[in-house]
Design a protein around this ligand. Structure first.
Ligand SMILES: C[S@@+](CC[C@H](N)C(=O)[O-])C[C@H]1O[C@@H](n2cnc3c(N)ncnc32)[C@H](O)[C@@H]1O
Length: 248
């Protein structure tokens, strides 16, 4: 039994990978591993979707959660689910819109950036806004460039390295009418906007710039020990998605 098996509404309120094995495995990496750091804290959930991680944070004892999500129908799903599972309305709020329009002058202890860091090209700007919230823990769960394509990190590297620079970002297009992708923004043309899939080293590089040290979940070990989950977790098991814990 995993966490979401007790709250099966979340298997129905989204079309974005609502698979039990996947959600429950992600819960272990995102919530269980950090339960002591979430309990009693104010949490920001960027790209809160159908409220799955906001809900899980509250169940882990978070004092309050703020979700930011541009798709109103997903916020409506979240509010319905929270109501059905008896969560007090004073413990959460959902803001409808683009995260870049909602973060000024807000304070949080913990920030979730789950399934979103590869749906923006504004990686450094987003981390800047997150750091200004005062968060001590930032959990980023994101697609990354595959391990085979990555150059090793450079210790004490020249900050303006030209050759063998390992801090790459792949440029991609997101369809803005797809529920799981970027929303319409000023970069959108013909229904698509420019986003970037960062390398692991790019995530760590940006976090370090803003004063955070980064660890990652060992998805290789987890999926080897739990091979039954692999069918819904190719991105993690094949090394092109990772979960980062950035702390200060
Ligand atoms: C892949 S889903 C991730 C859902 C959930 N956070 C998770 O990890 O399971 C991406 C979400 O980002 C939201 N999103 C897209 N552009 C956004 C933006 N500019 N600001 C906030 N959320 C955004 C989408 O509407 C969608 O709900």
């Amino acid at each position: 039994m995993g966490f979401f098996d007790d709250f099966p509404k979340f298997y129905k309120t989204s079309q974005t990978s609502p698979f039990p094995d996947r959600l429950n495995s992600r819960h272990i990496a995102i919530i269980e591993r950090n339960a002591d750091l979430i309990r009693g804290k104010r949490v920001l959930d960027i790209a809160s979707h159908d409220g799955r991680w906001s809900f899980a944070a509250l169940q882990a004892g978070a004092a309050h959660v703020t979700g930011i999500e541009p798709r109103q129908e997903l916020i409506d799903n979240a509010i319905n689910t929270f109501s059905e599972y008896g969560i007090e309305t004073s413990r959460y709020e959902f803001l409808c819109g683009d995260v870049f329009d909602h973060l000024s002058n807000k304070k949080f202890d913990v920030v979730f950036c789950l399934g979103f860091y590869y749906h923006t090209i504004r990686h450094a700007e987003l981390f800047d806004l997150i750091e200004r919230t005062g968060a001590k823990l930032v959990i980023i769960d994101t697609e990354v460039t595959p391990i085979v394509d990555e150059l090793p990190d450079v210790v004490n590297s020249d900050p303006r390295l030209v050759y063998e620079n390992p801090y790459g970002v792949q440029l991609l297009l997101d369809k803005v009418d797809d529920q799981q992708m970027a929303c319409v923004d000023s970069l959108t043309r013909n229904g698509q906007t420019i986003v970037g899939r960062p390398s692991r080293n790019a995530v760590k590089f940006i976090a370090k710039h803003f004063g955070y040290t980064t660890e990652t979940f060992n998805w290789n070990e987890y999926t080897s020990l739990n091979p039954e989950v692999k069918s819904t977790m190719h991105d993690y098991s094949e090394g092109w998605r990772d979960t980062f814990y950035c702390s200060k």
